[in-house]
Write a protein that binds this ligand. Structure first.
Ligand SMILES: Cc1cc2nc3c(=O)[nH]c(=O)nc-3n(C[C@H](O)[C@H](O)[C@H](O)COP(=O)(O)OP(=O)(O)OC[C@H]3O[C@@H](n4cnc5c(N)ncnc54)[C@H](O)[C@@H]3O)c2cc1C
Length: 434
């Protein structure tokens, strides 16, 4: 099958591309190589898997279609939040006491995985770890916040519930009924984190190639051959596919097993100190509890970032009106920013699965696929890479947080745009609040 390069929104207009550390040196693959494991995709998942494998003496090649962090890993909000879409009690109910508790422990450890790596490898990544505040925009959302805080507290986490006034003080907006705080969370410069992970992986012996889209996978003997155009190829015993929301048609039906929804972001100019000190003054990151959630934080350059829903199609970088709903949200939540211009507008794809859980697949001997993190993948994909590396080295399936399943395409995939527009319309009507 001929794999076409999809026409994605470029990484360059983002705040992160403008402020990140330089990428590690890399070239495209134009030769024939052998490795123990070939990894496809240089986002957090591929890079973390590669680093943790190489640290255990495995010979790894990483092939990236564009550049390190080109996918969600270089574009996200940089909020490092532990947990999955479902709360601990829901996971225990769904998966039973043993498996459910293992999954809760895994989900609870995802932020640690990021900050531990930054510390252990001395990664040059601006970061803070002051916690995540989830604001309740309605009284129902407040009940949800109370349940969530209680749920994680039962797991030993020092969560806090904030009343309306304390929420207003710590967020810098009076638009929420209350909130809860997860102290394990924090923020990173996401593209710097991806590039520094790549640098650490290369330092551990990983061979990384960019501008090297894998155009075919073929079973050869007991292993696999990954082809990069006509001139490049890697023969390896195992192949790990970490293409997530940027998956193409490399593996049959994989792309159609998720909805790759677009999430948009804007960033202001650096805030003057008088305004800066009124928004998230203690360094928390934040997102709210709506279905079409708003996520926001201050970055290391003192800018306010706001993220949220976007159009299904890739926006035109010159059409600033495509981001006007987020600028309006900033004006409503933070009127103190009036007159401060927006300097960056960008977007990226989030991989949403049917059951809102991360998916692993082993569709053929020697092939492992990771996909789907519902917009919360900075910690998850870092930790998942660690778990996948352990599984690949030991063969112990218990190292994996979820049991590998079959690849099932989204029902009515061809109609997904219609279907998503309808869901977004419904959520806009029912979300309420600001
Ligand atoms: C706008 C936005 C905001 C977000 N905000 C947050 C947040 O604040 N907190 C949070 O936890 N998560 C957030 N997320 C989610 C998070 O960014 C992702 O879950 C995570 O980065 C996914 O990492 P990954 O390594 O699995 O995939 P990706 O980083 O998407 O990497 C996949 C890579 O595979 C490459 N690729 C695809 N096909 C091929 C091929 N055939 N050959 C070679 N390479 C290929 C792509 O070029 C890409 O670089 C956000 C996502 C977006 C888009």
């Amino acid at each position: 099958m001929l794999i076409m390069s999809p026409n994605y929104f470029p990484l360059q207009p983002s705040l992160w591309a403008a402020t990140a550390v330089a990428p590690p040196p890399s070239t495209s693959l134009n030769e024939r190589l052998k490795a123990d494991v070939v990894i496809i995709g240089a986002g957090y998942c591929g890079l973390s898997t590669a680093l943790h494998l190489a640290e255990q003496g495995v010979n790894v090649v990483v092939l990236e279609a564009e550049e390190v962090g080109f996918g969600g890993s270089g574009r996200n909000g940089g909020q490092v939040i532990p947990g999955l879409k479902f709360d601990p009690s829901e996971l225990l109910k769904q998966f039973g006491e043993k498996r459910g508790q293992e999954l809760v422990d895994f989900a609870g450890s995802t932020a640690d995985a990021v900050f531990d790596l930054i510390d252990r490898h001395g990664l040059d990544v601006p970061h803070v770890r002051k916690g995540w505040i989830q604001g309740a925009h309605t009284t129902d959302a407040l009940k949800l916040a109370e349940r969530r805080a209680k749920d994680w507290a039962a797991q030993g986490v020092a969560t806090r519930l904030l009343d309306r006034d304390e929420t207003a003080r710590l967020l810098g907006t009076s638009k929420y009924y209350g909130s809860w705080v997860d102290p394990r969370a924090g923020g990173v410069q996401p593209l710097s984190y991806a590039r520094e992970l790549a640098r650490a992986a290369i330092g551990a012996g990983v061979r990384l190639f960019t501008r090297s889209r894998v155009t075919g996978l073929e079973r050869v003997g007991q292993g696999w051959r990954a082809a990069v155009g006509a001139a490049g190829q890697v023969d390896a015993e195992r192949v790990v596919i970490c293409t997530n929301g940027y998956s193409d048609d490399l593996w049959p039906d994989l792309r159609k097993s998720i909805i790759n929804a677009n999430s948009f972001q804007v960033a202001t100019a650096p805030l003057p100190e008088s305004v800066r000190s009124s928004i998230l003054p203690e360094g928390h990151v934040s997102s709210d509890a709506r279905n079409l959630l708003l996520y926001y934080r201050i970055d290391h350059t003192g800018r306010l970032l706001m993220g949220g829903r976007g159009t299904f199609q890739e926006p035109d970088p010159t059409r600033v009106d495509h981001w006007s709903h987020l600028e309006a949200a900033v004006a409503k939540l933070f009127p103190q920013t009036a007159g401060i211009p927006f300097e960056y507008r960008w977007c990226g794809h989030v991989a949403v699965t049917r059951d809102y859980l991360p998916h692993l697949h082993e569709p053929a001997p020697g092939v492992l696929i990771d996909i789907g993190c519902q917009g919360r993948g900075v910690g998850l994909q870092t930790r998942m890479g660690q778990a996948m590396a352990r599984y690949l080295v030991t063969g112990d399936r218990d190292a994996l947080p979820v049991v590998p399943s079959g690849i099932h395409t989204f029902p009515l995939y061809g109609l997904r745009r219609l279907y998503i527009s309808a869901v977004i319309g419904w959520y806009r009507l029912t979300d309420g609040g600001v």
